[in-house]
Write a protein that binds this ligand. Structure first.
Ligand code: SF4
Length: 333
């Protein structure tokens, strides 16, 4: 990228950047939190979570001391819950080893749980103005098209190669804006879905994919392995004004969150009413849950099966229920 192109990119960013809450006060905690939330979630969905999370845990110190149930509740619905567990672990390291200050150097940032090359680059450049690239999926797509590079962008080697190219051209005076401009252009113009909006792209004159009509075939991205399918038979178990939930194991998928209990044999004399509640499919990264749910209203409260019985108010206030069960939420109470 030439100096002229860099300037055109920055000018475009200055004129077109989205007004996002974490851009208002780009301190390290805000940028870190927003980048972690944005890893698997759309900007529009993140905005509300970001505000609520910061209200609940306004500082790194608050996050380090957060109660786990409260933390998971604040993340409820965002998915990929290891992100929030790692946020807390990293906050504890920051408090104990860095006097509560989020480090600036990418090397130190990379040692924190949940922080990879992209997030380290984003924090170092946006907050601390260090000339370090931040290569996410948007930047990979944009660069692959700009340079008509057919490398597989799913490979770490490609990410490292693209980062090395950016390191040579990143402007010393505005590294954070440069990274954000590339990300923004990739997200909004050289889009992930739908045809790229080349007509409004500030880099169109030098884009090889556009000039050679290669935008539809770039970037190259190898297919992921097919997901496993798990068939789950679940219960909405009710007794009077209470619902039964079960806690998931403390490691693995959705660790420590709450869920509908797996179907088990219930003596018929205890059942007041039974109906089919529905089916739903929820897709995770490596697995799909195909769920079939029955709703059973009991004559008396069942003990055992690791069940907890809670009211609607308690569910809404204290219990983090993953969005996998969202389709059944209306039927729970
Ligand atoms: Fe992407 Fe089109 Fe811009 Fe090239 S000209 S970078 S394909 S939006």
């Amino acid at each position: 990228m030439t100096e002229k192109q860099t300037q055109e990119l920055l000018d475009w960013y200055d004129a077109n950047k989205r007004d996002l809450p974490w851009r208002h006060e780009p301190d390290a905690y805000h940028v870190w939190l927003s980048e972690i939330m944005l890893q698997q979630t759309r900007v529009e969905a993140v905005k509300g979570y970001y505000a609520r999370f910061l209200a609940a845990f306004p500082t790194v110190a608050d996050l380090a001391e957060a109660d786990d149930e409260r933390l998971l509740k604040a993340w409820e619905g965002l998915g990929y819950y290891s992100r929030v567990r790692n946020l807390k672990k990293a906050a504890q390291v920051i408090m104990h080893e860095h006097d509560g200050i989020i480090p600036a150097s990418p090397e130190q940032l990379l040692k924190l749980p949940g922080i990879g090359l992209y997030t380290a680059g984003a924090i170092a450049s946006i907050v601390y103005n260090l000339p370090v690239p931040a290569v996410d999926g948007n930047v990979l797509r944009l660069l692959a098209r700009l340079q008509a590079d057919h490398s597989d962008i799913a490979l770490d080697q490609t990410k490292r190669e693209f980062a090395a190219r950016l390191l040579r051209v990143i402007p010393q005076d505005r590294p954070g804006d440069f990274n954000q401009a590339l990300i923004e252009l990739g997200a909004c113009v050289c889009r992930p879905n739908g045809v790229p909006l080349c007509g409004i792209c500030p880099l169109q004159e030098n884009c090889i994919a556009r000039l050679h009509s290669l935008t539809a075939e770039l970037p190259v991205k190898s297919a992921k392995k097919p997901r496993k399918i798990a068939h789950r038979q679940l219960l909405i178990l009710r007794f009077e004004d209470k619902l039964a939930l079960r806690k998931r194991p403390s490691s693995g998928l959705l660790a420590g969150l709450w869920e509908l209990p797996e179907a088990f044999v219930i003596p018929s004399e205890l059942i007041l009413f039974e109906e089919h509640a529905g089916t739903a499919v929820h897709i995770f990264t490596h697995i799909e849950w195909h769920m079939m749910v029955r709703k059973i209203t009991l004559r008396e409260e069942l003990r055992g099966e690791c069940l907890v019985w809670i009211t609607q108010e308690e569910l809404e206030r204290d219990y983090a229920l993953p969005s996998a069960f969202a389709d059944f939420r209306k039927m729970m109470f």
